[in-house]
Design a protein around this ligand. Structure first.
Ligand SMILES: Nc1ncnc2c1ncn2[C@@H]1O[C@H](COP(=O)(O)OP(=O)(O)O)[C@@H](O)[C@H]1O
Ligand SMILES: CC(C)(COP(=O)(O)O)[C@@H](O)C(=O)NCCC(=O)O
Length: 316
């Protein structure tokens, strides 16, 4: 069954792919060959029609929303009679492991930075706020990686709160998919961007899903526009396995890789291993903690086979 069947129709305007694509008509934005090459650098599998049909209308919608927010800021300035600090517009991107959150985030980062009103667009992933591997082991959470309790939510909320307060420099820890751990002694710095995109499976989670000591505020309190990237679980599992098979010949062959031993696996062994990780960790996390947050999003992007977006749902 398509997961879209479970979404509350009264909450969203639904656009089929072609209807959505037509909403870019008035976008004065065209992509040069260099821009396209940059997008290909993000993910060579991304098709040009996906960019023009889905991401350009989306960048137009986001640009309009950023503009509306900036106008409200001007009204507030006039009312208060002083100039407040520059506060970034915050966009969050949620969804399952392997749905394409980071690819979506990087495409949006590239497209949004073309608009002269907001050229500085930074991107943060919440993976950096996973507890370090040793701490996950100490807490017995190795099989619960990605679950709410595996993140240092307090630090994540402090981070986003500092960004929203307009602090001039804020840092976040960095995660490595190769070492499967936080990178020690390295930070990503954020210096008052016009827009911050924050991507992670937990960005729509609220108090009900989180440990008691981190119940309020939560990430979504600081977010201006939230996106959920959605797909049927059968596809997600397949995309997870495909990515795992690619990693086997790429990242896992690095001797520092946590999964280096998997690089010796044949196709069947690697497929079985990935399917097992999906069935025991990422699949249950999707059902228990990620999918229930979907209807909190302002926009839901629904993908079909080959990562083609077939429906877009926009909150009324
Ligand atoms: N639009 C797309 N077109 C084709 N492949 C994609 C697209 N988005 C993601 N992928 C592929 O799907 C897999 C998961 O994408 P990724 O962005 O790493 O997901 P996430 O950040 O949600 O875990 C990767 O192998 C990636 O190359
Ligand atoms: C780090 C993650 C929790 C987040 O994943 P992402 O959405 O960035 O792909 C995930 O990649 C993960 O490590 N899950 C645990 C099981 C596994 O896939 O190894």
């Amino acid at each position: 069954m398509s997961q879209s069947n479970q979404i509350h129709n009264a909450l969203y305007l639904a656009f089929q792919r072609l209807q959505w694509a037509s909403l870019r008509e008035s976008v004065p934005l065209t992509l040069s060959e260099t821009d396209l090459a940059d997008l290909r650098g993000i993910n060579e599998k991304i098709s040009l029609s996906e960019v023009t049909d889905i991401y350009l209308p989306l960048s137009r919608l986001l640009n309009l929303n950023v503009g509306a927010k900036q106008q409200r800021g001007l009204a507030l300035n006039e009312f208060l009679g002083h100039v407040p600090p520059k506060r970034p517009y915050i966009i969050s991107i949620a969804g399952s492991v392997a749905v394409g959150k980071s690819t979506t985030a990087r495409i949006l980062q590239a497209l949004l930075s073309h608009w002269p009103e907001h050229p500085k667009v930074d991107l943060i992933t919440t993976d950096g706020f996973l507890y370090p591997l040793a701490e996950l082991k100490r807490r017995g959470l190795l099989q619960r990686k990605g679950f709410p309790e595996s993140y240092d939510m307090k630090a994540l909320v402090e981070f986003i709160s500092a960004i929203k307060a307009g602090e001039s420099e804020v840092s976040a820890p960095i995660y490595s998919h190769i070492t499967y751990d936080r990178i020690p002694d390295e930070q990503q710095w954020v210096h008052q961007p016009d827009i911050l995109i924050i991507e992670g499976l937990n960005v729509l989670q609220t108090g009900q899903d989180l440990p008691v000591d981190t119940q309020r505020p939560f990430v979504s309190d600081f977010v201006d526009f939230s996106i959920y990237v959605d797909a049927n679980e059968n596809l997600l599992k397949q995309w997870y396995i495909d990515r795992f098979l690619q990693f086997r010949t790429g990242a896992f062959s690095d001797e520092n890789s946590y999964f280096h031993h998997y690089s010796k696996f044949n196709d069947q062994e690697a497929t079985d291993t990935a399917a097992n990780i999906w069935d025991t960790i990422n699949g249950p996390n999707l059902t228990l903690n990620i999918l229930p947050t979907r209807e909190r999003a302002h926009l839901i992007l629904q993908k079909g086979p080959d990562h083609m977006m077939d429906q877009v749902l926009l909150r009324k």
